[in-house]
Design a protein around this ligand. Sequence first.
Ligand code: CP
Ligand code: NVA
Length: 299
Amino acid sequence: MNLLSVDDLTKEEVNEIFGIADNLKNGNVEISLKDSVLALLFEKPSTRTRVSFEAAMAQLGGHSIYIDSRTSQMSRGEPMSDTAKVLSGYVDFIAARLYKHEDLLELANNSSIPVINALTDLEHPCQALSDLYTMQSIKRKLKSIKFAFLGDIAANTANSLMLLGAKMGMEVSLVGPKNYPPNSRYFTKAQEYGIVKVYDDPKEGLSDVDVLYADTFVSMGEEKEAERRLKMFAPYQLNKKLLDYAKSDAVVMHCLPAHRGVEITADVLDGPKSIIWPQSKNKMLVEKAILLYLSERSM
Ligand code: CP
Ligand code: NVA
């Protein structure tokens, strides 16, 4: 079994992963990845995802190996399919952060071990799972929680959050520029699961919202478009004014890395409604739960 998309999991399976995370938090799970090895195959930079997966494996009794595309034979064009077959003979899991989602599919299709999406151009499923776990911990439920994603509503993070949010019963608002639609495949699918709406007016889109979420305006791989994107998304900066449109007990999230003064202001990021640091900390807990879940399923 792989985790390539949040849609690889049913609602019940998501709750199962959250249950493992709860047990881990309460110290109720025995370390069970002794001698297992995770390969972290990364084409793009990472701080949180890399370190949290490496620390997770160490704490679960296993090991991890970071493989950077620049210093491996990936830099010389070795096909993803060959890399997949070779790594499958050495390690027990692969977590891959790749530019193209189709390369991840090629990797997974040629691997005989579980492959985890650690971010592609289309999705960031571990982030979304961890973020919903955080929302549930803080709001005590997910059903009918009003969630708003601001800015680049067609980005990987938005795709995974809208799909998972709708699947888990949240009411999702995508708040971004008028002529900038969400990814149609993800949007259509998410609408099949639940309530997902698009707004270009922040006041309307954020009214009565419980959770506000920001991500960078310029995702990795889109640097050439930076100038246009910074201008286009500027009205959707998560600042005090926009925060005031939401519920009085609304919380603020950001997957990080953040750019203070661009997609979010420093006073909001570091302010009393921010749950960004516990959100970031939970990544490791949920990644541990994902690894344990996949390991059990793959036996
Ligand atoms: N949120 C996240 O995936 O961070 P990194 O890019 O540092 O891994
Ligand atoms: N949308 C961002 C997420 C970073 C964790 C990116 O792809 O760069």
